[in-house]
Design a protein around this ligand. Sequence first.
Ligand code: GLY
Length: 370
Amino acid sequence: MGIFNVELKKVVDDSYEIETGFGLKDKLIEDLKSGLVGDIKKFAIITDSIVENLYAKDIYEKILDSGFKADLFVFPEGEKSKVRKTKEDIEDAMLAKGYRRDCCIIAVGGGVVTDLAGFIAGTYGRGVPFINYATTLLAAADASVGGKTAVDTPLATNLIGLFNQPKKVYIDIETWKTLPKRQVYSGLAETIKHACLASADFFEYIDTHMHEILDFDAEVCSYIAEQNCSIKYKVVMKDERESGLREVLNLGHTVGRAIETVSDYKLLHGEALSVGMVAEVKLAYKLGYVSADERDRVIAILKKANLPVEIPEYIDREALVKKLYTDKKVKNGQLRFVIQKGIGDIVEYKEGVFAIPIEEEVAREIIMDM
Ligand code: GLY
């Protein structure tokens, strides 16, 4: 009998680069050849059924041409694929093809792909490195950066997952040109969220450059990509595991994620987020943290980005109120919301605490009015 002290203090360096640019496939290959992931020679490229032909096959062929081994693992596009079953199917396919711990996963795609592939990388063989090659504005603005990886469950989105940082993120702005318009608008919701929570100047910039963004003006899109990264990684560097500050990135998501699930994914993530941001800016107005003018400016910019600003008719409001409780910020059964302060700032409720307890009745009233 005895007590043994297992000392496992760790100093971890998970630092990585985010590279933004136009057409970064060759840069990725160059980086692999120069040892971005050490001497790994085998790459599992995970992608979806749309991105496969647009970008992933090309990356796959370039990797093979460079003398590495690689395979493509493709799943049907869409949020409905971001589930445990898809994870299991890809893992089984990787096992069947002889992938062991000496491999690296390359996620090529949007948020669904990077979330799912990053989660697989975190558990496959107890962890293998992964790289994100982001091909959507939504992945560029949010999903590919910061190391949140997860799958959805029937109860709600992103409930099962890991914090797992990639070895590098490539944000290929060239790929935005092949996005369906609806996906562009969806990605803009996360961009507008960043502006609302961190920068009045960025908000103004998006507002005055909306046409150039939608026309893929190279300079404007580069600026958008850089600002998104900069706002996000500065938060993540201070609070990777969301013990405080990172909750600010949840602006609009308490209602947004709930709507996304209750809509049965008829709404894209950014569309649900847009409606969530409207609900939450109305809440901020009710609590006295934004003026009527600021509230209206937030709603107007979302409309300008062709995003929905009303809860769709088919959404059962009571089901939506109940769904709010699946939010990861809920503490001891109490709903907690991130509240916008003016445009470009967030309310700090207590030192280091950025989510405010809100009574269900208050949230219900906002939802019922929409
Ligand atoms: N999408 C919010 C975060 O990365 O924390």
